[in-house]
Design a protein around this ligand. Structure first.
Ligand code: SAH
Length: 399
């Protein structure tokens, strides 16, 4: 879908395709070409145009396969909208200005963000909205959610296709669905973990090891702190996140802007197989019924931030979601909502708990901001430390 068609998605959702068909196609492919990487499997299961998960499903919400922060509470999208507004003010109110969302799901976050940001008519007057979405089913849901929004939205399939200019980019639970490759530490070094056939049931997919050791170019993808991991350790790398950062760098080096990534994952690289499949809120085998189950893996925030910096961008955070929302004024917004709707008091308190408590989404979920190199820290992120006199003296002594 191009930006030139702002009225809404023209594509209609494909009819639900039988998952067995995709599974049979993948089995046939492994039989003829040999095992595929976990990333290639994830890409097929999620994005196959006929039977892929995102091609055919509206997966989000209580009746779907999982629930996300904007679906838990309107306050999440509202605070993202105010965050975008404050970034725009800090940038000196550029006009025209673009609000972009990567993987907007049902459009709930953008709807709530625009409603909150509409407190500044000059922001809304400057604004275009671009939604980057691959799923025809979700594009339709987004168009419906934004039917009465104060700004008309346009759609693109990739960030690269969104017109240039100053922008804020929002992405909630977007990175986690980008495919990962897995490497396993064996006695003789690193091997890629692949998807092949189950020797006991050759019509079924199963994890296997690559025949050959991983080449140096692949080992270089493994975070340095994990390269000497113990035998048996699994490490995940996400090449598609690098492609998103390439597109982001092209925008943010040319024009001012800030991106916000909220997702689940550790602050520092960790080993482990984190690929998980969800259906109707239950965790299932990721290799079973491809196309029918949502598949995600944890986001390695430290590596993502490092890759952003390697492209000349600034990275702020990650900070825990709970603290980030609190610093943006979640408690005040909750109190205002409770005052306006006293009968909803208990449910609003429950929403705050689910978003912020460390036992819920407050600690595992994190926010990271990637900005143009010369921008100050965006709202909710600590300012980078001032160089201390000692370290300055230190630095001055280096060649
Ligand atoms: N942000 C929403 C939805 C999260 S689910 C929320 O918080 O509720 C992931 C979203 O990303 C879905 O909208 C999915 O269709 C979209 N998506 C997944 N991979 C994508 C890709 N490669 N490019 C663009 N959108 C993608």
């Amino acid at each position: 879908m191009s930006e030139a068609e702002p009225a809404g998605p023209a594509a209609t959702a494909a009819p639900a395709a039988p998952a067995r068909d995709l599974e049979a196609r993948l089995v046939a492919r492994v039989r003829s070409d040999g095992p595929m990487s976990v990333a290639a499997f994830m890409a097929e299961a999620l994005y196959d145009p006929r039977a892929g998960y995102y091609a055919t499903k509206d997966p989000i919400g209580a009746g779907g396969d999982y629930v996300t922060a904007p679906e838990i509470s309107q306050m999440f999208g509202e605070l993202c909208g105010l965050w975008a507004l404050q970034c725009w003010l800090d940038m000196g109110r550029p006009a025209p200005f673009r609000l972009i969302e990567l993987g907007p799901g049902r459009g709930t976050l953008m709807r709530d963000a625009l409603r909150a940001a509409a407190i500044r008519a000059d922001f809304i007057a400057a604004l275009s909205v671009s939604l980057v979405e691959v799923s025809p089913a979700l594009q339709s849901a987004q168009a419906a959610a934004l039917a009465n929004a104060p700004v008309q939205a346009g759609w693109a399939r990739r960030l690269e296709d969104v017109p240039a200019g100053p922008a804020v980019i929002l992405a909630n639970e977007f990175l986690d669905c980008l495919p990962v490759r897995q490497f396993v530490r064996l006695e003789d070094g690193w091997r890629e973990r692949m998807v092949g056939l189950d020797p006991a049931a050759p019509e079924r997919l199963a994890y296997v090891f690559d025949r050959l050791p991983a080449p140096d170019a692949d080992i270089a993808l493994i975070p340095e702190t994990l390269r000497d991991a113990a035998e048996g350790a699994i490490v995940e790398v996400r090449p598609a996140a690098g492609a998103v950062l390439d597109a982001l760098a092209a925008r943010l080096i040319a024009d001012p802007g800030a991106a916000l990534f909220v997702d689940y994952g550790p602050a520092a690289p960790e080993t482990g197989d984190t690929v998980q499949a969800l259906k109707e809120h239950n965790k299932l085998d990721p290799l079973g019924a491809p196309g029918e189950r949502d598949i995600t893996a944890r986001v390695d925030f430290a590596s993502f931030a490092q890759e952003a910096r390697a492209r000349g961008l600034a990275a702020h955070g990650p900070v825990a979601q709970g603290g980030w929302l609190a610093s943006l004024g979640l408690e005040h917004r909750a109190a205002a909502l409770m005052k306006a709707r006293p009968e909803k008091r208990a449910s609003i308190a429950r929403q705050v708990f689910r978003l912020c408590d460390p036992s819920q989404m407050g600690a595992l979920f994190k926010a990271l901001s990637v900005t143009a190199p010369d921008m100050s820290a965006p709202p909710g992120f600590p300012a980078p430390p001032e160089p201390s006199p000692a370290s300055q003296a230190d630095g001055a002594g280096r060649p």
